[in-house]
Design a protein around this ligand. Structure first.
Ligand SMILES: CC(C)(COP(=O)(O)OP(=O)(O)OC[C@H]1O[C@@H](n2cnc3c(N)ncnc32)[C@H](O)[C@@H]1OP(=O)(O)O)[C@@H](O)C(=O)NCCC(=O)NCCS
Length: 314
């Protein structure tokens, strides 16, 4: 086996939907401000007793059911999250226990908003190294636990949810392409979630400038490493930070007019490590991904870290 491929996807969003008008009753903001600055119209917020592991398990269960794989055959579970409150057992072990996966290697990854692309890369590398054959890769966040609901600069942006992918070993080298990853740790203070009662804060303009000026060449490099031209992509699924960042990066890539650009942020908000698999799974559910076509996944954010890879759509 020379690589891995995505076999199936799944996602989960909490039932509670918060609109911009709902937020305008909490803080001094408006639908017009939020829509024009970040492009978000609604976001899903978890119930107080709903955990990251709950959401991760629901998304993972759907992906596993769609794959048709026996849970016993899964030998690796990786969960990307920056909001799990439990240190032990980690989220991956909790997901495995709930899904009846008996003996997997199970670990969490925290690179904040780029987490899913990092987790996908580590799972792909494990398969390529012969250390795993079937993997469950999940991004799940309860950002609402970290939100200061009096801070209008953050409470309008972040949200909750989970997305998952099932991978299997394949002799198709192109299934999950080479990752391009890295970070600018000197700018790490631009997004902080810290303290024992962790609260999110950000330097919005610094993040915006970094994302819109530094990231397009890195996204293009991920295509080059996969031997795919940007105009051959059938889908571009970047981290759903905000609509202006998504459109700025997409505009610089030279995508074909037929390429589907994920704009899930409009309905789902910014769900950090969950945003890429959530957006990908929702596109797949709507039948908007051409099976076998190349899609560029590209995570970026807190750290400031980034990771991207071209995958073949399931
Ligand atoms: C957050 C962001 C939308 C703020 O937009 P901005 O144009 O940079 O706004 P500023 O921070 O300069 O603030 C401009 C004004 O809007 C106000 N403001 C901030 N949030 C607001 C809100 N929700 N509603 C109304 N006004 C708001 C500010 O208080 C400020 O008011 P002032 O001029 O009276 O001081 C923008 O910086 C951004 O999109 N950054 C990227 C953030 C991101 O994607 N983070 C995710 C990381 S993965």
């Amino acid at each position: 086996m020379t690589g891995s491929r995505i076999v199936a996807l799944g996602h989960y969003q909490p039932s509670k939907v918060l609109t911009n008008d709902d937020l305008a009753s909490l803080v001094d903001t408006s639908d017009e401000w939020i829509t024009s600055r970040v492009g978000i119209r609604t976001r899903h917020i978890a119930a107080p007793d709903e955990t990251v592991a709950d959401m991760a398990s629901r998304a993972a269960a759907k992906a596993l059911a769609a794959s048709g794989f026996d849970p016993q055959s899964v030998d690796l579970v990786v969960v990307a999250t920056c909001t799990a409150m439990d240190r032990s057992p980690n989220t991956a072990a909790q997901v495995a226990a709930r899904l009846g996966i008996p003996t997997p290697a199970a670990y969490d990854v925290n690179t904040v908003c780029s987490g899913f692309s990092y987790a996908l890369a580590t799972a792909d590398h494990a398969v390529r190294a012969g250390a795993a054959r079937r993997a469950l890769v999940v991004g799940a966040e309860k950002m609402s636990d970290t939100i200061d609901w009096t801070d209008r600069s953050t409470c309008v942006i972040f949200a909750d949810g989970a997305g998952a992918a099932v991978l299997e070993a394949t002799d198709d080298f192109e299934g999950v392409g080479p990752v391009v990853w890295g970070s600018d740790p000197t700018k790490g203070d631009a997004v902080r979630i810290d303290g024992w009662d962790p609260t999110i804060s950000q330097q919005g303009q610094a993040v915006f400038r970094w994302a819109t000026t530094q990231l397009a060449p890195i996204a293009r490099e991920a295509c080059e490493r996969a031997g795919v031209r940007p105009d051959e992509l059938v889908a571009f699924v970047p981290h759903q930070a905000n609509l202006r960042i998504i459109d700025a990066i997409a505009g610089k890539l030279g995508l074909s007019p037929d390429c589907v650009v994920a704009r899930d942020v409009v309905d789902s908000g910014n769900t950090s490590a969950a945003s890429v698999p959530l957006a990908l799974s929702r596109l797949s559910e709507r039948g908007e991904l051409r099976s076998g076509g190349p899609a560029l996944l590209f995570g970026f954010g807190g750290g400031l870290a980034y990771a991207g890879q071209v995958v073949r759509c399931p």
